[in-house]
Write a new protein. Sequence first.
Length: 44
Amino acid sequence: MKYVVRIVAVLVVLGAAGLAGYAYLGKLDPVQSQVAQPVKLNVD
């Protein structure tokens, strides 16, 4: 049973490292666009 838990733990760590590496080196940049919204101020 310890062997199975150890294998699962290693797979989780490798998966997290792989995901972090892909996010850092891969094409996971967010799409950026300019947003303009008028603001109405209630100044008396």
